[in-house]
Design a protein around this ligand. Structure first.
Ligand SMILES: Nc1ncnc2c1ncn2[C@@H]1O[C@H](COP(=O)(O)OP(=O)(O)OP(=O)(O)O)[C@@H](O)[C@H]1O
Ligand SMILES: CC(C)(CO)[C@@H](O)C(=O)[O-]
Ligand code: BAL
Length: 284
């Protein structure tokens, strides 16, 4: 595996790379969730590229950009073990030599859920992913369903802008107690870590009630998820919503279409997200 820090360097390295090229954009601090994306790309592609870049453009002024966990040496070791060919790890100045005046905005999808709590976040994500796609020119790009709104935004951006890349959604990897793996889990105190399992428990309970037909309406499902999360004393709900997926529109009946039950919850200073997608009548 080669670690490349410049745009020119990665373009040059990939100019003669075997296709298909698979690409996994990350903010580093790699865990088994990231590794599952890399391993999938390894199975499906001749060349695998991972980027590690903590993108300042997607953090709000009071968010954790400065404290976000960074450890490039460990990330390099883990990516290499998972079969990465090139690790692209540019410095901030390399991607943004001057403050960028351009933003990519995917309207509609980005004003709700995490977009409502983190204004400008998805413009920052769409802008950097657009830049990275232009730099790496992959055939396939891999995104985790843990960040389901991000995936919907990127999918729509690539369609709207005719970007020649296939977006590959990948399932959420979880700890043995159900907590979705996330780089931010390291912020949790032991007590918060224990309580954070309530997210998956709430979503699983609602899934069961929907599957057995005891719940059929979106508002009932959201209410059950809220009530369950409130049983954890340190949980502070940012949002719980049940919307169509990937369009993220209000729905009444769950079984009419594919829907997402999505939640963001704070435990102390740590904000965690999780979701489950219910397939609607075709697949159930
Ligand atoms: N548990 C997981 N399972 C599968 N994919 C994941 C998981 N966690 C993150 N990913 C995916 O890895 C990619 C990079 O995500 P990122 O580096 O932000 O990691 P993260 O753990 O989500 O970090 P954060 O805590 O900042 O949200 C994204 O496509 C994301 O959806
Ligand atoms: C896609 C991404 C790498 C863009 O900075 C980031 O939002 C992430 O890690 O999910
Ligand atoms: N995993 C999405 C990146 C972020 O939270 O900023």
């Amino acid at each position: 595996m080669r670690v490349v820090k410049t745009i020119e360097g990665i373009r040059e390295a990939l100019s003669s790379a075997q296709r298909p090229v698979g690409f996994i954009p990350t903010m580093g601090s790699l865990h088994a969730g990231h590794i599952s994306l890399i391993e999938r790309a390894r199975r499906e592609c001749a060349t695998v590229v991972v980027s590690v870049f903590v993108n300042p453009l997607q953090f709000g002024p009071t968010e954790d950009f400065d404290h976000y966990p960074r450890d490039l040496d460990t990330d390099a070791r883990k990516s290499e073990e998972a079969g990465t060919d090139f690790l692209f790890a540019p410095a901030t100045k390399e991607l943004y030599p001057a403050p960028p005046r351009t933003r990519v905005t995917v309207s509609g999808l980005t004003d709700r859920l995490c977009g409502a709590s983190r204004p400008g976040h998805f413009d920052g994500v769409a802008t950097v992913v657009n830049k990275l796609l232009h730099i790496v020119s992959p055939d396939r790009v891999y995104f985790g369903l843990k960040d389901a709104q991000q995936l919907a935004v990127i999918q729509r951006m690539t369609e709207d802008l005719n970007l020649p890349v296939r977006v590959v959604p990948c399932p959420t990897l979880r700890e043995s107690d159900g907590l979705a793996m996330s780089s931010r889990n390291v912020y949790l105190s032991p007590e918060e870590r224990e309580q954070a399992t309530v997210l998956n428990r709430a979503l699983s309970l609602a899934t069961e009630q929907v599957k057995t037909g005891r719940i059929s309406r979106a508002d009932e499902a959201a209410q059950l998820i809220r009530e369950t999360i409130r049983t954890a004393p340190q949980a502070e709900i940012d949002y719980v919503e049940v919307l169509s997926y990937p369009d993220l529109e209000r729905v009444h009946e769950i079984r009419d279409q594919q829907v997402i039950a999505a939640t963001a919850v704070r435990f102390g200073n740590t904000r965690l997200i999780d979701n489950v997608i219910w397939p609607g009548k075709e697949d159930s």
